[in-house]
Design a protein around this ligand. Structure first.
Ligand SMILES: NC(=O)c1ccc[n+]([C@@H]2O[C@H](COP(=O)([O-])OP(=O)(O)OC[C@H]3O[C@@H](n4cnc5c(N)ncnc54)[C@H](O)[C@@H]3O)[C@@H](O)[C@H]2O)c1
Ligand SMILES: [Zn+2]
Ligand SMILES: [Zn+2]
Length: 371
């Protein structure tokens, strides 16, 4: 079929705003698929890539990594997908080669399958990088064929796209990274797209108490709609003390599981201090290269040593996309996973900068670009 003309939201240089540009998208190579994007969520990580000046990727960069669409054509050797198939794009499709994959633990794959660079900026032919190997703020993209996960025909793609990052990360944090024992107490710090998905996962896992922590009252109201049993506004005083008071049980309170979904180092410290004895804090937010946390070891009440606190790191919900994406779609179709209420705005490719601004200043869960 040859190259297809399209448009994509590009970061052209460090410090610049994202702009819509004409692009050329080459045919998929062996083991790749070309996808016509139908919808893409705007995740905080896209904004972080902009704010952190590309995070090591070469410019120009096609933004977006929470996308769904239809297969246009498949490269040599691809037999599990055909043109027209509805797919959600996975940025952590296991490589099948690394030590984790070889020992049969693909959820902890060290790397992820990536396509060759097939997107060019039309005006000068510059080869584009794709955020997290996806690049979904685009009319077309090319991904590794194993990163394109087929959806049921009745799954709406403007909801399915959310599975690709925010939902699989948040729900996956509670299913895979740090599975919740039924009847546990859970705190979730940060109630954006990821944190609200943690809350949904905690509810599906039959947590007894789900305490939502945020600084935005609207987010806290939404958190209750998604399953939070209690809310804590971190602007109303130390969130650690508030969570401990809400969980007072004669042993100083605390939660068995705390999930941080803000990307703010002090919130990771808070998550650790919220734990009951033997609890586990899971950090999800994306750090900058110089971010660091200070953890007390020896405090008898909240020190990591005496409180026997564990810390896990969540990468995309430790997902195995070929298993998890269809599962999450099924939960949505059964009415057990709420994706509809996560879409606060439906926008176009022209609105990405406005969506970034609203993410930082307004009360929105997800803006979804519909093409
Ligand atoms: N680890 C992963 O695989 C992965 C995947 C997706 C996103 N992320 C990261 O997760 C984080 C959350 O992503 P998102 O898309 O949900 O972002 P978001 O901007 O939608 O949500 C962040 C939330 O944190 C709240 N917040 C800000 N300061 C706070 C504070 N001091 N205390 C409590 N809450 C506070 C905000 O009000 C907002 O509701 C980002 O850092 C993102 O880059 C990581
Ligand atoms: Zn994301
Ligand atoms: Zn691997």
């Amino acid at each position: 079929m040859g190259a297809i003309e399209g448009q994509a939201v590009l970061l052209n240089a460090p410090g610049e705003d994202a702009v819509l540009e004409d692009i050329l998208v080459d045919s998929p190579g062996p083991g790749e698929v070309r996808v016509k994007i139908a919808a893409s969520g705007v995740c905080h990580t896209d904004l972080t890539v902009k704010n952190l000046k590309g995070m090591g990727m070469t410019f120009p960069i096609v933004l977006g990594h929470e996308g769904a669409g239809h297969v246009v054509d498949v490269g040599e050797g691809v037999t599990h997908l055909a043109p027209g198939d509805p797919v959600v794009l996975a940025y952590r499709a296991p490589c099948e080669q690394c030590p984790a994959c070889r020992r049969g633990d693909p959820r902890h794959c060290y790397v992820a399958l990536r396509p060759a660079q097939r997107i060019k900026r039309k005006r000068d032919g510059a080869l584009c990088s794709q955020v997290l190997r996806c690049g979904t703020f685009s009319t077309y993209t090319v991904v590794h064929a194993k990163a394109a996960i087929k959806m049921p025909q009745n799954m709406p793609l403007d909801k399915a796209c959310l599975i690709a990052c925010g939902v699989v990360t948040g729900v996956g944090a509670t299913f895979n990274t740090t599975p919740i024992t039924p009847g546990s107490r859970v705190a979730v710090i940060g109630c954006g797209g990821v944190g609200l998905s943690v809350i949904q996962g905690a509810k599906l896992a039959n947590a007894r108490q789900i305490i939502a922590v945020d600084i935005n009252t609207t987010k806290l109201q939404w958190a209750q709609q998604f399953g939070a049993t209690d809310v804590v506004n971190a602007n109303d005083g130390d969130p650690v003390a508030q969570v401990r008071a809400l969980t007072e049980d004669g042993y100083d309170g605390g939660v068995e599981y705390a999930y941080e979904a803000t990307g703010i180092p002090k919130c990771i410290e808070q998550a650790v201090k919220m734990l009951a004895y033997g609890g586990c804090a899971t950090t999800i937010g994306l750090p900058a290269a110089t971010d660091a946390v200070t953890l007390n070891l020896g405090d008898m009440a909240t020190g990591v040593y005496w409180n026997k606190a564990a810390i896990h790191v969540c990468h995309a919900g430790d997902t195995l996309p070929s298993n998890d994406f269809p599962l999450l779609a099924q939960l949505y179709l059964q009415g057990r996973l709420n994706l509809d209420s996560m879409v606060s705005r439906v926008i176009s490719l022209n609105d990405v900068e406005a969506a970034f601004h609203e993410m930082e200043t307004g009360a929105i869960i997800r803006s979804v670009i519909k093409l």
